[in-house]
Every structure is written in C-alpha cells, then in structure tokens.
Design a protein around this ligand. Structure first.
Ligand code: ADP
Length: 343
C-alpha cells in the first residue's frame, strides 16, 4: 500500500530524514515511534507529498506518485487522508459542515453530501453533535469529527500525526478503539506517528522506531516489545511495559540468589498464557517456583505473559525444566543462578 524507498529530506542544515525505507501493507496499523525531532512528521508528510523528498521514491499501491502531475496528485491525495494532534477543524463551521468540507465541490447533490456526512458522524459516534460547533465539543469528540472528515473522500490510507497526544487517557483509549474498528470495517490502512509507545502497544501490528532521521529498528509490535534490539527501542518499550521497570527494580535490590536457584525471565504468548505450566513443573520435576513478578499484557490484542521467577530443585531436574518450557514455546532468559547449566 505504501512503499517509501531511500527517502531523504533536508531543511537547510538539518537532515530530517535520511535514506528511510518502509513498506506498509494494506490493512496494517503501522506505528512510527520516536522522540520529538526524530523526523516522523516529515516522513509521514512524504506519504501524501505534502513534503516532497529531496531524494527517494514514494509508491502508493504500486504507483510512483512523485511522477504525477498536480491534478493527478490532488486526486490521489483524496485516497490518503490525515488527522492531527490539534484536530485542525474549522471553528466557524458546524460539525456537519466540517465533515462535508472535503467533498463540498464533488459533483453529487447537496442531499447526498449531507447523507454521507451523517453516515460518517454516526460511524464515529457523534451524530447528535452535527449542528454543534467545534468549540462546543470535547477533545475526543473533536478528533472523532476530524476522523469523519478524513473518511469523507473514502480514503485507503489514514495518516495520524500524534492524533491522541492532546487527549486524556480515556479519550485516547476510545479513539484508538475507534481507529481499530475503522481498520477492520473499512479495510483502512493506518499509519500512526507517535512518541507514546502505549499507543503502538494498543493498536499497531507493526512498528518502526525513528531516531535522528533514520529508521533504527522495525518489526512486528510483538517482536519489538519482546525482543527490542536498539537502546532507544528498549527505552520506548520500558515506558509501556511494567516488566522492564520491575526487572530493574529487582536488579537494583541486588537480589541474592541461593546457589541452588535459577533466576529467570519467562515470556509466553497467546495460548500458552492460559496453561498451568508452573504446577506441572512441580508435579513432574519437583521444581519449586517463586514468582517475583508477574504480568499479562495485551500487545496488539495478543496476550503476552511476563514472569520473573526463581526455580529451585535438583540440578539435573532444573535442566529438564528449562527444556520442557522451551518445548511449550515459552521463552526463557536466565538472569542468574547456578553455574554449569547449559541454557
Ligand atoms: P518529529 O515529527 O519526529 O518531531 P519533524 O519531522 O517535525 O520531527 O522534524 C525533524 C527535524 O526537521 C527537526 O529538527 C525539525 O526542526 C526539522 N524541520 C521539520 N520541518 C522543518 C521545516 N519546515 N523547516 C526547517 N526545519 C524543519
């Protein structure tokens, strides 16, 4: 759906994006995460050519849109809508008029335009606000209106530039739920740029991490959370995952591990989160487990379990336990304990 190849954008002495390549597939909810100034907005503006790259290619549904003339580009842009942190609504127009705005010049009757806008307001849950003005709406309602307006031209792609950053946590949650529903119902491809890893965790199936104009890491959201490679990714993941915070806390305590114990981190996904594997370890191998920290998180809708545990028991049985856990697709990361066991 979106293919960016070697995108480079420079502003006088700042290189905002450098050789950025991304591949976003149809129906992805793709997160681009990074600190302020990383180049996210510049990059996302390249997708609809609001920002023309100095170098590189932008392909939408296989078409090189940098080769389009003005008229063709205007047509293409209708298929790539955008919403913003501060909503960008017209304060002097009613909610209904705001939504109609992108299709105001379309060659369809006024009645049809009204019908379409009302359908969209219903879809985003604020039909009753149609005659209100933006100043009379809450932040969450304003963003709903902006989303309805963005959908009026039947886009294939919705670009979200820090769309929930001005909202409180409850409204953020509701807007993210709405975006996920729209992705499902309308087969909408969504690109989200954010500095909040919570947003990525909540709805993105894939994510790229941007730093100083470059993509430093990209993966499925689950992989990114469970196995972050770069320091900056680890920093972002820590903010949205209590596991890391707790692991650091335990490590800071300089946890004294008994010589016969293993301190380990266990990660398990999906179905394995419901299996009573700890009791099995005791029954089968007489291995005792002490849970120091436990959490089940939802990462793009998939349950992910995180435990920090100590195992204690006979050395030869501990070995077998580690094997048996691996057979259950539970990832084990041994943090400390008995020497001489192969992990
Ligand atoms: P982000 O969205 O990650 O906060 P931006 O894409 O807005 O990052 O900015 C990346 C860098 O490019 C920053 O250093 C910013 O100051 C610079 N920049 C962005 N837009 C312009 C512009 N129109 N003129 C000059 N510098 C710009």
């Amino acid at each position: 759906m979106v293919e960016l190849k070697d995108i480079t954008v420079a502003f006088s002495d700042t290189i905002a994006c450098q050789n950025v390549s991304l591949h976003i597939q149809k129906k992805d909810i793709f997160g681009i995460v990074g600190f302020s100034g990383a180049g996210k907005s510049t990059l996302v503006r390249c997708i609809n050519l609001l920002q023309r790259p100095d170098y590189g290619e932008v392909r939408i549904s296989g078409q090189d849109i940098m080769k389009l003339n003005e008229k063709e580009l205007r047509k293409k842009r209708r298929k790539i809508s955008m919403i913003f942190q501060h909503f960008n609504l017209f304060e002097s127009r009613s909610i209904l008029e705001n939504v109609i705005y992108p299709i105001r010049k379309d060659k369809i009757s006024k009645k049809e335009k009204h019908k379409k806008a009302l359908e969209l307001l219903k879809l985003v849950g604020i039909k009753d606000k149609k005659d209100s003005y933006p100043s009379e709406l809450s932040g969450g309602e304003k963003q709903r209106c902006a989303i309805a307006r963005a959908l009026c031209s039947n886009p294939d792609i919705l670009l979200c530039d820090e769309a929930t950053s001005a909202l409180d946590p409850t409204s953020t949650q509701k807007i993210l739920t709405l975006l996920r529903e729209l992705n499902e119902k309308l087969d909408l491809t969504i690109v989200i740029i954010t500095h909040e890893m919570e947003v990525v965790k909540e709805i993105c199936n894939k994510c790229a991490v941007m730093d100083k104009g470059e993509i430093v890491e990209q993966a499925s959201t689950i992989d990114l959370f469970s196995n972050p490679q770069q320091d900056i990714t680890k920093e972002f993941v820590k903010k949205a995952n209590r596991f890391w915070e707790n692991l650091e806390r335990l490590q800071a305590k300089n946890l004294a591990i008994d010589k016969k114990e293993i301190l380990a981190e266990l990660k398990y996904f999906g179905e394995s989160t419901t299996e009573p594997f700890i009791i099995e370890l005791y029954k089968k191998w007489e291995i005792e487990t002490n849970i120091l920290f436990g959490d089940i998180d939802f990462i793009s809708g998939v349950p992910v379990g995180n435990l920090i545990v100590t195992f204690s028991g006979k050395t030869q049985n501990l070995d077998k336990v580690l094997e048996s856990l691996e057979d259950k697709s539970i990832t084990i990361n041994v943090l400390g304990g008995i020497d001489g066991i192969l992990f």
